[in-house]
Each structure stands twice: as structure tokens, then as C-alpha cells.
Design a protein around this ligand. Structure first.
Ligand code: 0X9
Ligand code: ZN
Length: 299
């Protein structure tokens, strides 16, 4: 039922995840990690060819943190399809387990389909009755409230009343914390800009192992044939913005943490036509081979 020629509603994405879990029970499990503000389930798909007793290094991928960035959930479901249903990719499951969350902000995602295509945030109530939602990517608990965030509930970069005020960021962070020893890589897909952003993002500052992170990102991006990506420090390449999921993941000890800003570079921006889904997803997927090889050989 799923295809990559159109953008899909949340129910279609969740039905596809359920279908895969039911069809490939020894490979795929559907994990409900909590509920959104409007009580939609938050689902993570675990793809692993071994029993949960034997633990491999894990790569986490999420999409849909920002509601209007539709290419992000579309690429995550394509990744799921490739890992689960394309046997040529089965080697990518030998040494790595995958946890993939296509839509971290389901309330916002549905809102963009029904009411406002350019909605970005969650849909929680704020102190201002006419302004809803918190920017989930300003709501994570590392350097929360720093540069590039707002205390104004009407702002698109509103940080919320406290770190992890949103059920979506709280449930995600708690799930990741529970697996933090296994998760060796955190990838979060956004749009747009065609960039691989490396922490820190809260300010122009560099982790001690920045050069490791840079080298791996460059080798991943070198796989892209159709879309040219820039690679560099998040705050330098974009702008300082505190409370991001990537910085938080890095701060809890996940060595390789990246934000990918997918296509395009601004011609269509968030309104990228659906005819671009397959080209973008196909171009991106080989980077995951580079990442899986790296994670499998970490000591
Ligand atoms: O501003 C953001 O949250 C991201 N860009 S977007 O256009 N998709 O909204 C960039 C986030 C980079 N990471 C951090 N600043 N921590
Ligand atoms: Zn985004």
C-alpha cells in the first residue's frame, strides 16, 4: 500500500509500519514509546535480524520533528522499506540493529495536512490562548533556552516552559536513554538545505572528536550523486540554536550525531514536490551503508 510517489498521512505511515511488523515478525517490531499531546501513538520500528538477547550496535534514525518538512518522514519510510524488503540490503542488518521513528511530531504532521501546510511545531497549549506549540528542536535538555530560542509562545522557535515539556520529546529521549549504551549513532532528518550538520549547534563550538565526526560525514556525503551536500558545524553553517535533538544525543555520549537537512536548497523549500521523494531517498540511502560499516567496526 505504501509508495514513494506521494506524501502520506500519518495513518498510512503507521499502517505500513504495522504491516511490516506483522509480515516480518522475526525482523521487525513495532514499539509504542508513548503518546503525543493530542494522544496519537508515538511509534518506533526496530529492525533486527537477531533476538533481543544478543545486542548489536544500534543506529537510530528519526524524521518528522518539524511538521512541515514532509520529505523527512518520506525518506525514513523509504529507508525502512529498503532495510526490510530489499534482500540486497540484508548485509546492512548483519552487524547493526536499526531503530527508526518516521514521525516524532505526529500532531504537527497531521496539522500540516489538514489546516496549515507550513506548521512547524507541536500542537500543545501554551500560556497564550491564540498560539500553540513548542519547537521540538528547541525542547531537548541540553543547553535548553540558549541561543536561537524564544520565550514567546507565538514564535516558531518557542522553547517551551522547560526542557522536555513536550510529550513527544520526553518519550523519545526516555526511550533513547534506555538504549543509550547500544545506540552508537543518532541521525535526524530535516529539510531543507542539503547539509550534514555536526554538533555543537547551541553555539559555534566543537566537540573533542569533531574531526572524527567530520571525516565520517564527508565520506557518507560523498555517496550522494544527485544532490550536493555541505558538511560542517551546525552553528557555523546554519545558525546557533540550542535545545536540539542532535546536541542532546551527543551530550549523552552518542559519538556520531548528525542532523541531515535534505533537499532542496530553496527552490521549493518545504513544499518539495512529491516527484522528488524517490530521487532524494535513493540518493541518500547509500550513506547508511557507510554509517553501518563505521558503527560495526567501532571498538
Ligand atoms: O533550526 C533547526 O531546528 C534545524 N533547521 S530546520 O530548518 N530543519 O528547522 C537545524 C538544527 C541544527 N541543530 C542544532 N541547532 N542543534
Ligand atoms: Zn527541521
Amino acid at each position: 500500500n505504501m509508495n514513494w510517489t506521494s506524501y502520506h498521512r500519518l495513518a498510512d505511515i503507521y499502517d505500513y509500519m504495522s504491516y511490516l511488523a506483522a509480515t516480518y515478525p522475526s525482523l521487525v517490531s513495532l514499539i509504542n514509546i508513548g503518546s503525543s499531546y493530542e494522544k496519537r501513538p508515538l511509534y518506533v520500528l526496530r529492525i533486527s535480524n537477531s533476538s533481543s538477547l544478543c545486542s548489536k550496535p544500534v543506529i537510530w534514525i528519526d524524521g518528522g520533528i518539524h511538521a512541515r518538512e514532509w520529505i523527512s518522514p518520506a525518506v525514513t519510510t523509504y529507508i525502512i522499506k529498503q532495510l526490510v524488503e530489499v534482500s540486497a540490503n540484508s548485509k546492512m542488518l548483519f552487524d547493526v540493529d536499526w531503530y527508526i521513528m518516521p514521525v516524532m511530531n505526529p500532531d504537527g504532521y497531521e496539522y500540516t495536512h489538514v489546516y496549515n501546510r507550513l506548521w512547524r511545531k507541536t500542537r500543545s497549549m501554551t500560556s497564550s490562548p491564540s498560539c500553540r506549540g513548542v519547537d521540538p528542536n528547541r525542547n531537548f535538555g541540553f543547553k535548553w533556552g540558549g541561543l536561537g530560542t524564544s520565550t514567546n509562545p507565538c514564535s516558531d522557535i518557542y522553547k517551551g516552559t522547560k526542557a522536555f515539556s513536550e510529550p513527544e520529546t520526553l518519550a523519545t529521549s526516555n526511550f533513547i536513554l534506555g538504549k543509550a549504551n547500544q545506540i552508537k549513532m543518532y541521525l535526524t532528518l530535516h529539510s531543507y538545505g542539503q547539509s550534514a550538520l555536526i554538533p555543537w549547534g547551541y553555539d559555534v563550538a566543537y566537540p573533542n572528536d569533531y574531526n572524527d565526526m567530520l571525516a565520517l560525514a564527508k565520506s557518507a556525503v560523498s555517496k550522494f550523486l544527485k544532490y550536493k551536500f555541505s558538511v560542517g558545524n551546525s552553528a557555523a553553517l546554519y545558525y546557533p540554536a540550542a535545545g536540539g535533538s542532535d546536541d542532546w544525543a551527543k551530550s549523552i555520549g552518542i559519538k556520531y550525531s548528525y542532523t541531515f537537512e535534505l533537499a532542496d536548497t530553496g527552490t521549493y523549500g518545504f513544499l518539495l514536490p512529491a516527484s522528488n521523494i524517490l530521487p532524494v531517498a535513493q540518493d541518500f540511502f547509500p550513506a547508511l551503508g557507510v554509517f553501518a560499516t563505521k558503527v560495526a567496526t567501532l571498538k
